[in-house]
Design a protein around this ligand. Structure first.
Ligand SMILES: [Mn+2]
Length: 336
């Protein structure tokens, strides 16, 4: 954070503020961890609310303070009241208002100062203060720097637990290429605040229902290879979801299994969402294979070079057929 931004921030928080912290829709550990860390940081001297656009996986309920999160979909009236008094809005772990879904109008029509902290590429120009760095491992790593720049004595066990969880989740436990020596240093400092790393690992990764394991089994059996391409893909139909009591977040990480196969550089997961009339798509890749350009060109999506999302309004089978044609075309144009 440069000095000019730090001065602006210090100026804003020189008096008591009504603050709203907003993660992207269906928040993950990084988005919610960032919100909750800032919640603990600001709550002594300010009025702070966290509003999530929609529900999220109950796996994250172990994060300290999560009982205070307002879910807009479940509590519209309260959320709108909170917006009326807001002085400052943080948008965390996203950089285009569309990612806040049904909250985007409330954000853009608010007179509050908007502060973005985010690590995705190509940020939109909506905030008053933009703290954006796509080289960062996670928004939580950026929030660590943000808090330290303002008050380096303020991090406590609650803040450290939220930040550590977000960093672990976004870096695949310090494995992904976005992990730098500084990321590990931040992790190490957070452990010094008493973070229980084994407990966080257990809560995040060993905390599922039996049916989720069955769903993982069928998702792995469904993986298909496209002849001659370093690509695997798999599908989760509506039927698979009903059979296995699918809950939000259950398919988190499934797509990564495709990349465990020798020679595979890209793995794709299609999830049928009949209620929304769409197929949700997750793209993962490694090495030179950049998946964000493919996701945006063919499936109205985007994200990071190695981790992107997209959508299709076709049926599951039509989406699969379209994908096979598109990925062949894309590889021919870009990698031959
Ligand atoms: Mn993130």
């Amino acid at each position: 954070m440069n000095e000019q931004i730090l001065n602006q921030i210090n100026d804003i928080f020189s008096k008591k503020r009504n603050i709203i912290l907003i993660p992207h829709s269906s928040p993950d550990a990084d988005a919610l961890g960032s919100c909750l860390a800032l919640y603990h940081f600001f709550k002594d001297k300010n009025d702070v609310n966290i509003i999530s656009p929609n529900e999220y996986t109950d796996i994250l309920n172990f994060l300290p303070g999560s009982e205070n999160v307002i879910v807009y979909d479940n509590d519209k009236e309260k959320s709108e009241d909170v917006f009326k008094n807001a002085d400052v809005i943080f948008t965390l772990d996203f950089n285009s208002l569309g990612r806040a879904r049904n909250l985007s109008n409330l954000i853009s029509s608010s007179s509050a100062k908007i502060i973005m902290i985010d690590h995705h590429e190509n940020p939109d120009n909506y905030p008053n203060i933009m703290i954006s760095d796509s080289k960062m491992s996670s928004t939580c790593e950026m929030v660590f720097d943000f808090i330290n720049a303002i008050d380096n004595k303020k991090i406590d066990n609650d803040i450290a637990t939220c930040l550590y969880t977000g960093i672990v989740a976004d870096t695949g436990s310090f494995r992904f290429p976005s992990t730098t020596s500084k990321t590990l240093k931040v992790g190490s400092e957070l452990i010094n605040y008493g973070v229980n790393i084994t407990e966080i690992f257990e809560k995040l990764y060993n905390n599922f229902q039996f049916k989720r394991l069955r769903l993982l089994g069928s998702t792995i059996s469904n993986f298909k290879k496209i002849d001659g391409l370093p690509v695997l893909y798999t599908l989760i139909s509506e039927e698979d979801q009903i059979k296995n009591d699918f809950k939000k977040g259950d398919s988190e990480g499934f797509v990564n299994f495709g990349l465990s196969v020798t020679g595979i550089l890209c793995s794709v997961l299609f999830i049928e969402k009949k209620d929304e009339g769409i197929i949700k798509i997750s793209f993962r890749s490694k090495g030179d294979f950049k998946v964000n350009i493919f996701a945006s060109r063919y499936f109205s999506g985007g994200g990071h070079e190695h981790a992107s999302g997209g959508v299709s309004k076709l049926s599951l089978i039509e989406t699969e057929e379209k994908f096979i044609v598109d990925i062949k075309q894309y590889l021919k144009e870009n990698y031959e």
